[in-house]
Design a protein around this ligand. Structure first.
Ligand SMILES: Nc1nc2c(ncn2[C@@H]2O[C@H](COP(=O)(O)OP(=O)(O)OP(=O)(O)O)[C@@H](O)[C@H]2O)c(=O)[nH]1
Ligand SMILES: [Mg+2]
Length: 313
């Protein structure tokens, strides 16, 4: 019964780490168990606040996450972390080595850190991430940090699907411009110029300010925070700015609106994925081959054959 979804959910709600781990594996894999667990978890969600942290490879996202964990724990608040690694076929903490620099917190019961990788099924990480967030949310983590590498459309999408999105850049000519190209400008609520112990900080900030001037942000102008993650510098300010953005959004229903929009996107993505799965089934097997033969023999045109196949979807 160790993998019974309902039993796992009951244990996860009580904060059981083993159950949390098994449930996240379950939603990574997908299928009937994941659907069942998700349904049981859902009524217990909605209290956790998510922070997306994204930026180029090596920008210092994990170092920042590590420092933020320390800052959050100073206030005795619990925190969950999902490190999304789209390039790795492994997950479940197997690669919590070099890439996730959060070893200091590994033994802290108030911190739950987990890496997630794609298992190659349709929808993949984009669908699995919000489900994993809900596991941590239901398990009572009031703050959930999601680290993703800001390259590629799916990764940027995942990073943007948070309550507050933090975009990490480094000093250096053109780093801000790169972030802009990668589509990170639109999703940023906060910019961090990490590795501020290096040259070029002022230029990078100037670039970012200039792009913000030109961009069409409506009400919240993203803050720019300088940090040296490895020395813990600027982390208090980053934490303050994240909380400011949260307060700003909570003040007049903006946060609810943002979450509703996210659910709309998620629901659509689930429907599209399901339809793709069904399309895959319709386009294989005997019936498909038989219709294809008819098309090849010119007894049937492709559109009529497709309509025939779709009737069963
Ligand atoms: N000088 C300096 N080095 C830093 C700073 N922050 C992080 N680093 C170093 O930069 C390297 C990459 O840091 P990570 O935190 O692993 O970066 P990341 O963005 O999580 O990297 P990936 O997950 O691989 O994309 C490590 O060697 C860190 O020690 C900083 O503020 N200053
Ligand atoms: Mg990292």
């Amino acid at each position: 019964m160790a993998r019974d979804p309902d039993a796992l959910v009951a244990r996860a709600l009580a904060g059981d780490r083993g159950a949390i781990a098994k449930l996240i594996s379950m939603v990574e894999t997908g299928g009937a168990d994941a659907t069942r667990a998700g349904a049981a978890l859902y009524p217990h969600t909605g209290r956790g606040y998510t922070v997306g942290l994204t930026g180029a490879p090596g920008a210092g996202k994990s170092s920042l996450t590590d420092a933020l964990i320390g800052r959050i724990r100073r206030d005795d608040i619990e925190v969950g972390v999902l490190a999304i690694d789209p390039t790795s076929p492994f997950s479940g903490g197997a690669i919590l080595g070099d890439r996730v620099r959060m070893q200091d917190h590994a033994t802290d019961p108030g911190v739950y850190i987990r890496s997630m990788a794609t298992r190659g099924h349709l929808g993949g990480l984009a669908l699995a991430t919000p489900r994993a967030v809900r596991v941590l949310d239901a398990a009572g983590k009031p703050w959930i940090i999601i680290e993703t590498v800001g390259v590629g459309q799916v990764e940027v999408e995942i990073a943007g699907a948070a309550d507050t999105t933090v975009v990490v850049v480094n000093p250096g000519w053109g780093d801000g411009v790169q972030a802009n190209k990668a589509g990170l400008m639109e999703i940023a609520d906060v910019f961090v110029v990490n590795k501020a112990d290096r040259d070029g900080v002022a230029e990078t900030i100037r670039d970012l300010e200039m792009m913000l001037d030109l961009s069409g942000y409506t009400d919240w102008r993203p803050n720019i925070v300088q940090t040296v993650a490895t020395r813990g510098e600027g982390i208090d300010e980053l934490w303050d700015v994240i909380n400011e953005h949260r307060t700003f959004q909570e003040a007049d229903g903006r946060l609810d609106g943002r979450r509703a929009e996210r659910l709309r996107n998620e629901l659509r993505a689930i429907v599209v994925t399901r339809l793709e799965e069904q399309a895959g089934e319709a386009c294989s097997g005997e019936r498909f081959e038989a219709l294809l033969d008819s098309v090849a023999r010119r007894e049937l045109d492709p559109h009529t054959a497709a309509a025939e196949l779709l009737r069963e979807v």
